[in-house]
Design a protein around this ligand. Sequence first.
Ligand code: HEM
Length: 552
Amino acid sequence: MATSQLAQLAAQVADQVLPYLPEAVQSHASNVSPVALVALLAAVPAAAASLAASAASSSSSSRKGRLPPHVGHWVPFLGSMVSFGMRPLDWLAEQRKQHGDIFTFTMFGREMTYVLGPDGNHAVLNGKLADISAELAYNSLTKPVFGADVVYDTSNPVFMEQKRFVKAGLSAENLRSYVPLIEAETLNYFTRWQGQQGEGELAKALAELTIMTASRCLMGEEVRSNLDESVAQLYHDLDQGFQPINFLFEKLPLPAYRRRDIAQKKMADLFLDIMKERRATGRTNNNDVLQVLMDADYKNGTKLTDIEAAHLMIALLMAGQHTSSTTGTWCMSFLAANPDVFAELTTELYNELGGDWSRPLDFDLLKRLPLLDACIRETLRLRSPIYAIMRKVVRPVEIMGHVVPAGHYLCASPAVSQRDPEVYEDPMAFKPRRWLDTSNNAQMQKILRAETDMAAAEDFGFGVVGGSARSNYLPFGAGRHRCIGEPFAYVQLKTIIATLVREFATFEFVMGPEAFPKEDFTSMIVMPEKPIMIKYTRRERSPLSGAAVAAP
Ligand code: HEM
């Protein structure tokens, strides 16, 4: 999860808050800049937090050692919020050049300490529970959306067990059964892009398709069949509760907050009703994650309760939606901008299908598409949806010869490492083959070795996590908070992208390669700026079978 993409936050808060202030205050407030208004609204609690943090910081620094260098700023309290929020990755890379791999800056009254590079990634992702906490960093944002007693609203060992349950639901056997479901959903969805040739909007299509496929595979067919009606609106209202404003203000008397709370309850009720219905009808032979949670027991013998299962399902929906849908959108955008790679991918797929476009995809076939795999890897290198990972410091912690005081937010940014020109040749270029032809590249070999390094392997309670966090490639994180959705995300993305490559002979931006979308840092996930208009030509079809026929 990102620290915050706060550049436009001030305007966002002002827009939402202003209509609800008393008239007299409104008339004054409308003359004040949004930034000042937000600062005013936040001043009391945040100033108190900031004072407490700086008190902790000065006592710890005198007690234990040197504080990290502090980035200067002009506006007290807001600090570097605007410059960071506008283009965080470039800004972090610039600060790194100036200050080195560790530095602190003030943002909205909070002290953010970034630790960059492989050692920084290791310090955050493998930090000790007694030193740093994800729960303290995230729970005020996630609890109102997910619900109580799951994820960051429970003790870490309990959450680790909850991750174990979900991981069991994502078994190879289940993943195998999801491929035909995702393929069918994709083919069905893209009938909306009509005609042999035409234009369509990519980001909307992938967002809708991702929620359809994830709900069908993970949540169960009952949720999928409700999706066009009630669930899509509930999802939208929950998602609106997952914005940077919610990170800063846990509670505000605003309609979006109220809609979030109502949606949370309704969504939980939906899952509770499905569980009740499954039990009442004995229909408990399902290969979705919901069924695994319904049957799960903690190690101490107690059952995962239905309400916990419902809240965990909401957490999975939120964790997997934007991450996968933006990755798919970026990947198809890279392919639209690189027709040579699109053509190579077409040939790879055509050959694996034995020259028969009508052959269905399957789990084993997807494993035999190295270029497709490399395209997704390269997309995640350049466009990690979660570009910064955050923890809160519980007790002063020594990193890279400095002491980071209690109260600071400690952040890693694998995304900065993934664009490091010292490590990746031509770092901003989309070159999937860099993952395949590594024989003459010691840096790439090192990265791939780190992924399979079992010396650092550890079981935090949800199965062994291998691989070193001291790496320049970590789009799924590492350590106890490592992503458990990666295998599902890969199956989902590969199936969707392979289906699109099979369906479309050409897939390009309407406005030409220059129309490649810019990064939008204003929400919690790095999204592409919309709309992304694509012009397509479908492959020729056999008049008898309706299947695509033309060779690449
Ligand atoms: C391309 C897709 C995805 C990316 C790039 C991604 C990335 C990440 C990252 C970086 C983390 C570590 C967060 C941290 O350390 O604070 C994480 C954790 C997690 N992800 Fe994903 N994720 C993706 C898809 C999914 C999906 C599909 C699911 C669910 C089905 C999922 C569920 C989770 C869960 C449960 C955690 C654990 C959080 C924790 O332990 O604190 N993710 N993900």
